[in-house]
Design a protein around this ligand. Sequence first.
Ligand code: 5RP
Length: 261
Amino acid sequence: MSEEVTPVEIAKYAAARKAVEYVEDGMRLGLGTGSTAAKMVQLLGERVREEGLKVVGVPTSERTAALAREVGVPIATLDEVHWLDLTIDGADEFDPQFNLIKGGGGALLREKIVATASDRMIVITDVSKEVEHLGAFPLPIEVVRFGWQTTKALIEEALINLDVMDRVGTLRLDRDAPFLTDEGHHILDFHLRRIGNPRQLSLVLNQIPGVVENGLFIDICDVVIIGRGDGAVEVRDINNGIVESDRVEIGESDNIFRDLG
Ligand code: 5RP
């Protein structure tokens, strides 16, 4: 294992490795996007190659699709599979009710469609993503390109009447050009600092013409697996209130950090 591996990387790896234990033969899986989800896809590939595990994955981004192909996880489109047994994905923030902010990696639309089409969603994360109230992480809102500045103004106006601490929106850039999602839309990142009522905010945002989807995931996540820098993991299940602790041993042979950012 490289000496440059940080505690956060170990934490993400530990969470991903614990999550992959939930995958059973024959499952149809939603494959998330981001650095934590990438570790999960890599580990899933190991199980496919070494154990002959039979699964089919629906990737939530072109990036994840490319990685799945590379590591040998069979993939399909959501329309081919229709419904999924389990989605495993990362998050930018989660609160005590397992409400999430997602979309830091720009894949929130496909991520929300895939997670909603799953019997169960497991979020894999390091401790830094846990918050009492969502909103310190800027909320990504996916908007159509046509009239995006008007859409931004409409969002800002709607926020005046909502329980948020700030309402500064910025167009996400990819170097000097506006960022484009896999569906060809823009993303507005809204710095709200504190979201008092995530459910209400999500409903209001999705009524604004031009908004495709927002990064609030409400009542979608079932289990959060929190990894720590020493390989410890905590599994919290919101449906039965069970909290379990475990430890992931990270050996010298683990080469998971080598190829992934
Ligand atoms: C991508 C996401 C990611 O899950 C989120 O940004 C967390 O990423 P990472 O695992 O790299 O911290 O929502 O759209």
